[in-house]
Design a protein around this ligand. Sequence first.
Ligand code: GLY
Length: 350
Amino acid sequence: MHRIRIKTPQGSSLLFMNRDAKEVTSLLPAEGIFIITDTNVRRYYSDIFPGGEVLETEPGEKTKRLETVGTLCSKLLDAGADRSSFILGFGGGVVCDIAGLVASIYMRGVRHGFVSTTLLSQVDASIGGKTGVNLGEYKNIIGTFRQPEFVLCDHRLLSTLPEEEFLSGIGEMIKHAVIRDRNLFFDISTSIERIDERDPDILAPLIERAVRIKAAVVRHDPEEKGPRRILNFGHTFGHVLETCYGIPHGLAVAEGMLVAAEMSVWTGDMPHSELKMLDGVMDKAGMMQEHELPTNIISLIARDKKSESGMINMVLLRSVGRAITRKMKLADIADFVKYYRDSNRRVNKG
Ligand code: GLY
């Protein structure tokens, strides 16, 4: 079991890697605990929940909306939660995003932490203090930055994850390697079969390395004023695919990464040989481009959070292991999308 600390001017977060979820009790106050979870997680894991009032939501992305936040705040009030209460998000990315937002606004903010139950949330969503809900078809438009006091990642909980959810987490794990750590990328690539078997001896060190990358980026720029943007690699196109096709976040990001990598070649930032290598590993990992970019993609991108005065902060690659950001005009992105759609190089290439 290893600990990683993320210290920021706004707060500090302690990440417990590969730790038994039951040990969360030792991190919690003696009373005033409110557990936010979803019906699936409760069904599987209520026997390992610590003591406290349980507030339940429906599972899935559709729950990530302001109404859910309002309902949870009302339930907290009815249940007597006050400023000394502690909110524990027990679940995957959606639960952590919502619980973090509730904790950051209920009575102007109460203490909170997470037990992270999915691979996606263990490598990404629960870490780094972003909270958020969607507004209609626009992802995470409403949210805050607030570091959880702790994130406890119990890798044994991953054994019950549906295959698609597991793959979704692998997508974000590969993203961390692709933006910052070429060696991790090669290590993931050579371990794909054992990762697929969810071999804990292989998974635990890879998850930890991916989390260390994210932690280092967040420490440097907790509120995404600049360098943290690289964590959004694959997200500009990924969010559109996720919304339009209803695919799991990490799989949409994986497809978005392939489009962004292709764009990196198109802009002349990355050699084609790197794209080929990335393609090969993503294929081996079971993550290829399967969805067409929708025709209204530019208007969707224009209302993305990464858009500023008609420019988009695109995350591109110089090579696998080295991400860069480039401010691009929507018109340039439209040119690329036309090229990409016309070349029809990926989708259904069989
Ligand atoms: N998922 C991107 C970030 O936390 O910044």
